[in-house]
Design a protein around this ligand. Structure first.
Ligand SMILES: [Zn+2]
Ligand SMILES: [Zn+2]
Length: 279
């Protein structure tokens, strides 16, 4: 069983405040707990609270990074287990032709941007560079692939006991796809999301906003919905909310999409900080 908890659902930059507190202002971070195994998807600012509220010490923690844009790594230096000498942490992230994952992350986790370097942390760290790959951690199957977003970016498909969770927080499948959302084989992320029980997917823009932001690497709510329907997903969580999107706006957009009666066989809703789901 996978126990999923949202710790950060916002995109681009943290946006705490009176207008965003219901869905939350922390950037991308999702916990996936499988018995004694702790998996974390992205290290946005949500990871700080996750680290503080861990109920126990885990023998090993696996941190899966989709890419290295700041909103997905910003919380890393504030993750408590990094400062515990007993922690063993595996960091997985996209390979790049130029530099190792560790070196790229060190650009942020070193002075002058951050006071502590990786090599100064007391925990044991292992770095893994991945691209289009399939591997297992005990019973958990992990499939990854590059997806359409600026810079090397991967999406994750986690399968346990035939239940599938797909995580693609930053994604613009409509870019360059003339027939989107009609052509499976040529749609970025399709194989990762195919038949998933739960898809956590980028929904940064409204349709109107997207017209001015083509090529920025993100999707509209409607595109996320169309992508999920194309892939035959059971449940979709809109994720990576625009930093300027108020709680009220999110609710209105959701109601509007429901009112239109499209993709009625698909359950959908906006991801909210601290919400939990079980697969
Ligand atoms: Zn992002
Ligand atoms: Zn990004």
């Amino acid at each position: 069983m996978m126990k999923i908890k949202f710790w950060g659902v916002r995109g681009s930059i943290p946006s705490s405040g009176a207008l965003t507190w219901q869905y939350g202002g922390n950037t991308s971070c999702v916990e996936v707990l499988i018995k004694d195994r702790l998996i974390i998807l992205d290290a946005g600012t949500g990871i700080r609270e996750l680290g503080l509220e861990l109920d126990r010490e885990y023998e090993r923690i696996d941190l899966f990074l989709t890419h290295l844009h700041m909103d997905h790594i910003l919380g890393m230096g504030f993750f408590k287990p990094f400062f515990n000498p007993r922690s063993v942490i595996h960091i997985w992230g996209p390979a790049s032709f130029n530099e190792t994952l560790e070196n790229r992350l060190t650009r942020y986790l070193s002075p002058p941007l951050f006071p502590v370097r990786f090599r100064d942390l007391p925990c044991t760290l292992h770095f893994h560079e991945i691209s289009r790959s399939e591997f297992t951690l005990d019973d958990l199957k992990i499939k990854t692939d590059y997806v359409c977003h600026p810079g090397p970016t991967i999406g994750y498909r986690l399968t346990l006991d035939e239940k599938v969770l797909t995580y693609i927080p930053d994604h613009e499948p409509a870019l360059g796809a003339i027939n989107f959302p009609n052509n499976n084989e040529w749609t970025s992320g399709f194989e990762l999301a195919k038949g998933a029980d739960l898809l956590i997917h980028d929904a940064q823009f409204t349709c109107q906003e997207y017209k001015h932001c083509v090529g920025w690497g993100h999707s509209s709510f409607k595109q996320a919905l169309d992508f999920a329907a194309l892939a035959g997903v059971s449940k979709l969580k809109f994720f990576h909310h625009n930093p300027g999107r108020t709680d009220e706006e999110i609710q209105t957009i959701e109601e509007d999409l429901r009112g239109r009666g499209i993709h009625e066989d698909l359950t959908f809703g906006a991801a909210r900080e601290k919400d939990t789901l079980t697969l």
